[in-house]
Design a protein around this ligand. Sequence first.
Ligand code: DQA
Length: 144
Amino acid sequence: MTQTIYVLNGPNLNLLGTREPEIYGYDTLDDIAGMMEDHARGLGLEVDVRQSNHEGHLIDWMHEAQAEGAKAIIINPGAYTHTSIALFDAAKSIKVPVIEVHLSDPLKREEFRHISYVGMAAVKSITGQGPKGYILALDHAATL
Ligand code: DQA
């Protein structure tokens, strides 16, 4: 059976392509999802790419990933990265490994972005590589 990687995207990432393109680039989330699907196929994996502007949805999907036996979770929690102890707890509450991805490098931006709660529970963090970061995260997931 093909193993599934949940790819969870948080608030405002539905606007990729038009949202501050000088920071996040011109690729839409659909473009990124397409790239990931192609790359996952080559790795013999499947991706389930989702986006929500609601913290609780992201938490429910992390629990679902565990219940469904997902191989890994790749998550870009958007601004919840820097605020959500609930997402940190969710990552700690499941056995599915969590990989954190950010298009930009939060450490090179405003100070309020310098803390990552999810990052504290993640097996790996990939930042500042644009959409390629999601592909690198998939490569890492394949090794887990
Ligand atoms: C982001 C970085 C966060 O600080 C920001 O709130 C986002 C996007 C990124 O992918 O670079 O929404 O996660």
